[in-house]
Design a protein around this ligand. Structure first.
Ligand code: ATP
Length: 511
């Protein structure tokens, strides 16, 4: 039986991984909170990404830029229409008319769909097909979409129309393509008051991607860290998008976290770097435990005019192969845009000698290869991959029984708890012994110490949250300073000296 997303959602809630935001008020759509185990798993993912980027690669350094940025940033990036924004499609009048018609037709189609859904909903015991949890979900999604399309028609600018067409996934007749806009993918940005005193001050946006904080700091970082091209800048941070189609749990959220790295290269070398990063990023996902046959590359069929190449790394979720990371070869587009709007040179002087001319390469605006992965999406992928319901046999002879167990087979480096320490009974000095082991190891690992309940029950609880090791302290421990260590996946137990534990666990939880 295949795992359904709903099983994972229920598990995530019950065992403290992910809760719906503001649940007591019936939740806020497409916003989620991480619980005590979830925050550990997510921090582990972010730490591994961070260390892989800034420690393993000597030529990548990090930054932590603010969420708020100067409003011009979003004109340069193509997220909002500026006065003379070269990015906005100049839809000619014919194309413009077609866009209007397509949007109107879509509104009618959605209205019909809602009627149909409401009818089906009135039939007892009928369940919606597709990936919706309920008719209400799909109906509210369709209603949101109608709202968006109606607003776009009212605004009526090429930008609003092309954005609406993209969001609603309307394809151009005959081509099957949705390539109406050439800007960076436009998603509705949230904005807030820019000044508490001046009502006319321009609004500030909540960034829809972390990348721009890197681009605008390109020279600050290059100079202060004395970086030579090629080099990269990595960042982890929150991003916000007013997503219309908000479902599939933490796959598509309105507030989420990105882990992005922009790699600056000499023009002409971007192809090699693109291939290098493509391979490196896939290896990272495999190292986290996502199996090769559940990962694939998906090349973008349509590229923005400035882009040299773009590929998604997709993982096979219970609801199909879906993007977890994007790798894009973006030419000098972003830095050139910022140079244009800020009127500040975004150039690098390359004193390496060009063999073709015998002279230094000199000044240029670097090209960029970017890797961009969602921390939450990667969290969901690792959770889906780890979640297993298996039939096991326990006990011997007469007492033998089969049962199902649910276990999270997380990579030990990701596990929220690395080891659980259990005194077999709550007497005879076993709790004190267990406490002493805990006190010694807690400087190195996140542990739990549990005395309550039968040992089998305690093992089960740790399986449910993916703890790789359970250490049992029994009467023999008092005699010879050995403990049993139970392995989460094989359920086998080995006896080893307490003095060995640190090395044993360290090896297993390293990445
Ligand atoms: P999608 O096509 O799924 O909307 P995208 O192409 O807009 O994604 P990018 O702008 O390339 O995504 O962002 C890079 C990464 O950020 C994605 O691969 C994904 O992991 C993550 N991401 C983007 N939007 C969301 C979201 N709404 N919720 C969670 N993660 C997201």
């Amino acid at each position: 039986e295949t795992t359904q997303l709903k099983d994972i959602v229920a598990h995530a809630k019950e065992y403290g991984f992910v809760f719906q935001s503001s649940e007591i008020y019936d939740g806020l759509a497409a916003v989620y909170d991480y619980g005590p185990n979830g925050v550990e798993l997510k921090n582990n993912l972010k730490r591994l990404w961070w260390e892989t980027m800034t420690q393993l690669h000597h030529d990548v350094v990090g930054i932590d830029a603010a969420i708020f940025m100067a409003p011009q940033t979003w004109e340069a990036s193509g997220h909002v229409a500026g006065f003379n924004d070269p990015l906005i499609d100049n839809l000619d009048s014919k194309k413009r008319y077609r866009a209007d018609v397509l949007v109107e037709e879509k509104i009618v189609a959605l209205q019909k769909e809602i009627e149909g859904l409401k009818f089906k909903q009135s039939i007892p015991n009928s369940i919606p097909d597709g990936t919706w949890n309920s008719y209400e979900d799909r109906i509210s999604e369709a209603e949101n979409m109608i709202g968006l399309l109606t607003t776009a028609l009212q605004i009526g600018t090429p930008h609003s129309l092309s954005n609406a067409i993209k969001q609603a996934n309307i394809s151009e007749p005959g081509t099957g393509s949705t390539n109406w806009t050439e800007a960076r993918q436009f998603n509705l940005m949230y904005s807030t008051q820019g000044s508490a005193i001046d009502a006319d001050a321009p609004p500030v946006y909540l960034r829809p991607e972390t990348a721009q904080g890197i681009f605008v700091n390109f020279l600050n970082v290059q100079k202060s860290a004395r970086m030579k091209i090629p080099f990269g800048i990595a960042q982890i941070g929150k991003a916000f998008r007013n997503e219309i189609v908000a479902r599939q749990f933490i796959f598509r959220m309105r507030e989420f976290e990105q882990m992005e790295m922009q790699f600056f290269v000499r023009p002409g070398t971007e192809g090699e770097w693109y291939d290098t990063w493509k391979a490196a990023r896939r290896r990272f996902h495999e190292a986290l435990g996502l199996p090769a046959d559940k990962l694939r590359f998906h090349d973008h069929d349509k590229l923005a005019h400035y882009a040299k190449a773009a590929v998604d790394i997709e993982y096979e979720f219970p609801f199909g192969f879906k993007e977890i990371e994007g790798i894009h070869s973006r030419s000098d587009f972003d830095l050139a845009q910022h140079q244009h709007l800020s009127r500040k040179k975004q150039q690098y002087f390359d004193n390496d000698v060009d063999p073709a001319t015998g002279k230094p390469y000199g000044n240029y605006v670097p090209y960029v290869v970017e890797t961009s992965v969602g921390a939450d999406r990667l969290f969901l992928a690792t959770l889906c991959q780890a979640f297993a319901e298996e039939t096991i046999t326990e006990g011997e002879g007469e007492a033998q029984q089969t049962k199902t167990r649910t276990v999270l087979r997380l990579h030990p480096a990701l596990a929220p708890v690395k080891a659980a320490i259990f005194p077999l009974v709550r007497k005879d000095g076993l709790p004190e012994k267990a406490q002493a082991i805990f006190d010694d190891l807690r400087f190195d690992f996140r542990l739990v110490l549990e005395e309550r309940d039968a040992i089998g029950k305690r093992y089960t609880r740790q399986d449910l949250i993916g703890t790789p090791f359970c250490i049992a302290v029994d009467h023999q421990t008092l005699e010879d300073d050995t403990v049993t260590v139970r392995d989460r996946d094989s359920r086998e137990q080995v006896r080893m000296p307490i003095a060995e534990l640190r090395r044993y666990i360290s090896e297993a939880v390293s990445f």
